[in-house]
Write a protein that binds this ligand. Structure first.
Ligand SMILES: Cc1cc2nc3c(=O)[nH]c(=O)nc-3n(C[C@H](O)[C@H](O)[C@H](O)COP(=O)(O)OP(=O)(O)OC[C@H]3O[C@@H](n4cnc5c(N)ncnc54)[C@H](O)[C@@H]3O)c2cc1C
Ligand code: SF4
Ligand code: SF4
Length: 434
């Protein structure tokens, strides 16, 4: 049994360690977007300071960015009402404060894992089945670029068998919405879109003027994205043969999983990642300050954070339920669980972001402590839904702190109420000019 002073010392050490631990997978400062040389419409994207090149600026009406962009003046309540018929309501279901409106949430996986999928392949399989069933004529998704498997290449899929080429997560920005005009011009009136939150925000803003008969949106959560070029720098720090890495995931058990072309797998605890070696502009401000981690405007969100090793589905409306039903014969579900307490972790994370120099994390943990904490974290950290809530709250805190530091004038327009609500209990409230 630990004596009281020993106990306090251990807790103190753990507190410091946690705060450092939770800051290592985060974006830290402003960067530039990849200049894509091959994209759906063959036009260059006009440069904007905050832009993830969702594709709207490459269409025939780039001025629509003013209305569509998440990084100008987003209006989540308006779009939640438009898409789901109501805004998020924490008194109805407390988790809506974190994850947005939903009908149901599930821990799930496909019985037969699809080869090449990021998890079990639910996302791409929904696209395939939409095409097979004739519910849509085309799916807009991304596939690996033929010269760089990590670079997302937008693609318009009409053959269900082609959806298998879209499996897997790519790091980087895909101008997928630039494919809307070619899809509509080709006569497709029923379309599915698979994408990340900033793309989905723009799509929903413009949905009414597209004249589609039907639109299904399958969203994934997204956080800490960066340019594909930057991502290659990260891979180069993880392996002597980075070109042989074909899979990477930040798992909910606090480890990064890598897979290699020769079949090897490697797990690296978050704490042992070489984050301090990344350049200061590794993460663009867009992704440091993103306000919709869980893709709240999708019909169904397919992620993993609350899944404890399985996938995590958020069915948001009737269309989402229709999409889930497409998988009925092949889907295994389990009840979602929740354990641990997030508060200390989010507080420690906030302190670390506040103390970071020029947006870069402080690395004060002694080397010898790292393996112990790396071993400890999966055992004592928040799990299941509490892990997902932890990450969403951290993101809310980080958004406000980074915007205040780097673009204070934008806080007023860019930070929605749902983010303030999450950050408030950590001492972050709107000032008069925010
Ligand atoms: C940059 C990024 C960060 C993510 N971060 C998280 C996270 O923090 N927490 C979490 O729970 N989930 C996150 N996800 C989602 C997660 O990685 C899986 O994609 C998701 O759980 C679906 O797995 P799956 O096996 O069903 O997908 P698959 O069946 O393998 O299909 C993957 C689908 O993702 C699409 N896709 C891949 N890369 C991109 C891209 N760069 N841009 C747009 N679409 C893309 C493809 O079109 C494809 O249809 C992230 C995804 C991305 C792209
Ligand atoms: S709408 Fe899309 S293309 Fe336009 S500025 Fe925003 S992210 Fe960039
Ligand atoms: S983190 Fe946010 S802004 Fe960055 S790519 Fe993902 S959804 Fe877009």
């Amino acid at each position: 049994m630990l004596s009281l002073p020993q106990h306090i010392k251990t807790l103190f050490l753990l507190h410091i360690i946690m705060s450092i631990f939770f800051d290592i997978h985060k974006p830290y400062s402003v960067g530039m977007l990849d200049k894509l040389t091959d994209h759906p419409t063959g036009t260059d994207a006009p440069h904007r300071a905050m832009c993830t090149d969702c594709g709207i600026s490459r269409t025939s009406k780039p001025e629509r960015c003013g209305k569509a962009c998440q990084f100008i003046k987003p209006n989540y309540p308006k779009l939640e009402k438009q898409v789901h018929g109501r805004i998020r309501n924490a008194s109805l279901q407390p988790d809506e404060a974190f994850f947005g409106p939903f009908l149901s949430m599930h821990r799930a996986g496909l019985k037969r894992h699809r080869e090449g999928a990021q998890w079990t392949g639910i996302t791409s399989e929904i696209g395939k089945r939409l095409l097979e069933s004739g519910k849509v004529d085309a799916v807009i998704a991304v596939k690996p670029h033929e010269l760089d498997r990590w670079k997302p290449q937008p693609v318009l899929v009409t053959d269900p068998e082609e959806m298998k080429h879209c499996r897997g997560m790519r790091m980087g920005y895909a101008p997928s919405l630039a494919l809307l005009e070619p899809a509509i011009e080709a006569g497709h009136k029923r379309i599915a879109f698979i994408g990340i939150p900033c793309q989905v925000y723009a799509l929903r803003s413009l949905e009414k003027e597209l004249g589609l008969e039907r639109l299904y949106v399958i969203g994934t959560p997204c956080s800490d994205n960066t340019t594909t070029a930057n991502f290659h720098q990260f891979l180069a720090l993880l392996s002597e043969q980075p070109e042989t890495i074909n899979y990477l995931e930040f798992r909910a058990d606090y480890k990064v999983e890598l897979r290699f072309d020769d079949g090897r797998r490697q797990e690296i605890p978050f704490l042992k990642l070489p984050i301090s070696k990344l350049p200061g502009d590794f993460f663009p401000l867009t992704c440091q300050t993103c306000v919709d981690y869980t893709n709240s405007l999708a019909d169904i969100t397919v992620g993993y954070m609350a899944g404890e090793g399985d996938q995590w589905l958020i069915v948001r409306n009737e269309r989402g339920a229709e999409l889930l039903a497409l998988l009925n014969d092949d889907l295994e579900t389990k009840p979602l669980r929740s354990s641990g307490k997030r508060r200390k972790h989010v507080e420690g994370f906030k302190a670390n972001v506040e103390n970071s120099v020029n947006g870069l994390p402080l690395r004060t943990m002694p080397e010898f402590v790292r393996p112990i904490v790396a071993w400890l974290m999966p055992k004592i950290g928040p799990k299941g839904l509490e892990f997902a809530r932890t990450r969403v709250e951290m993101k809310a805190v980080e958004t406000i702190l980074h915007l205040r530091r780097k673009q204070p004038a934008k806080v007023k327009n860019l930070v929605p109420e749902h983010v303030w609500n999450l950050a408030e209990s950590y001492g972050l409230s709107k000032s008069d000019h925010e």
